[in-house]
Design a protein. Structure first.
Length: 126
């Protein structure tokens, strides 16, 4: 690639990141100044204080990225599914069916979330 093209791309990315941070800080400042002084009698904040608040909340609640020490929800779901499949593999077919029936009775939710029983293919007989 051309060196000037990379430099231009880098500047564009830097500009977008700066714009994103500025907008996030501005929105945070506006929300804080709109809600919290009236509700809790707190002082208004500047954009720099709003950015500091965003960084602090990221440290306290969000971490700094990387998934080495934490698994995301999709990974946790996959691990749980593998664990259940390995447990089911150790059961006899009768025990598996008994377990499924018991879980269907216990784990009920809205009708639209329930699995439908597999019906025989109607088009095969036509």
């Amino acid at each position: 690639m051309n060196r000037s093209f990379r430099l231009l791309q880098g500047l564009k990315i830097l500009l977008l990141i700066t714009l994103f941070v500025a907008v996030a800080g501005y929105v945070t400042m506006r929300l804080w100044n709109w809600l919290l002084p009236d509700l809790f009698n707190l002082p208004s904040i500047s954009i720099w204080q709003a950015l500091g608040l965003l960084v602090l909340s990221r440290i306290l609640f969000g971490g700094w990225g990387g998934r080495g020490h934490r698994a995301g929800w999709a990974q946790k779901r996959r691990m749980w599914k593998q664990k259940m499949e390995s447990r089911m593999a150790g059961l006899s077919p009768e025990e598996q069916e008994k377990f499924r029936q018991k879980m269907e009775g216990v784990c009920t939710g809205p009708a639209w979330m329930r699995r439908r029983a597999t019906e025989p293919d109607q088009t095969a007989s036509l």
